[in-house]
Design a protein around this ligand. Structure first.
Ligand code: NAP
Length: 192
């Protein structure tokens, strides 16, 4: 199963110029504690922004570039959602760690959101989508500890999916039959 982990500003900003906008040591520790031992799934830009594979985790990197390769043994390069079906179907947790393109791509398949909500607006160029109350239920909220370096507070919030996203899509154009699909970038890629 997929879980998203994200830190977002009050105005949903998550990054600028391919970088994070804040330094929250406790949040980083929590990220490490939650994700270590689990696959982490990210976009090529986030992978390059981190600068190295995250240790003790299988790093799955999305790219459309067929020539993108990585020597490290804990890195798997994927080019489409069908290549991560085993993680979607597994009972084990795999964490989607960003950025915006990959959050948007995989949100329909995600069951849990681990969101660090920062109580301040930021200026940036990358957003997390608005969390739709019809699809997500808040199951816990905990104040993040002040770390002495920040003039803003933040909360760790966990949301659980309460409604699947089904949209109608032409799955089989030749027969013109409509099949309920989980929908990604205009294509029905996974149906139940
Ligand atoms: N606050 C947070 O929690 C958080 C977490 C992570 C990242 N961020 C921030 O988010 C920003 C980066 O986000 P981003 O949206 O620009 O980039 P991204 O999602 O990290 O990566 C985008 C790349 O992923 C690949 N990709 C996207 N869709 C694909 C698909 N359907 N199939 C195959 N490959 C696909 C493409 O790589 P190619 O171009 O190689 O084809 C695309 O350029 C940075 O500012 C980063 O700091 C914030």
């Amino acid at each position: 199963m997929l879980s998203i982990i994200v830190a977002k500003a009050r105005n949903n900003i998550i990054g600028k110029n391919n970088q994070l906008l804040w330094h929250l040591p406790d949040d980083m520790k929590r990220f490490k504690a939650l994700t270590t031992g689990h696959p982490v799934i990210m976009g090529r830009k986030t992978f390059e922004s981190i600068g190295k594979p995250l240790p003790n985790r299988e790093n799955i990197v999305f790219t459309t570039n067929p020539d993108f390769s990585m020597e490290a043994e804990n890195v798997k390069v994927v080019h489409g959602i069908e290549e991560i079906k085993e993680y979607i179907d597994s009972e084990e947790n795999a964490f989607v760690i960003g950025g915006a393109m990959i959050y948007n791509l995989l949100l329909p398949y995600t069951k849990v959101l681990y969101v660090t909500e920062i109580n301040k607006d930021f200026e940036g160029d990358t957003f997390f989508t608005k969390i739709n109350e019809e699809e997500w239920k808040e199951i816990s909220r905990q104040e993040g500890p002040a770390d002495g370096e920040n003039d803003f507070s933040y909360e760790y919030v966990v949301y659980k999916r309460i409604k699947n996203v089904w949209i109608w899509s032409w799955r089989n154009n030749s027969r013109k039959t409509k099949t309920p699909c989980k929908y990604v970038h205009g294509e029905c890629v996974y149906s139940e």
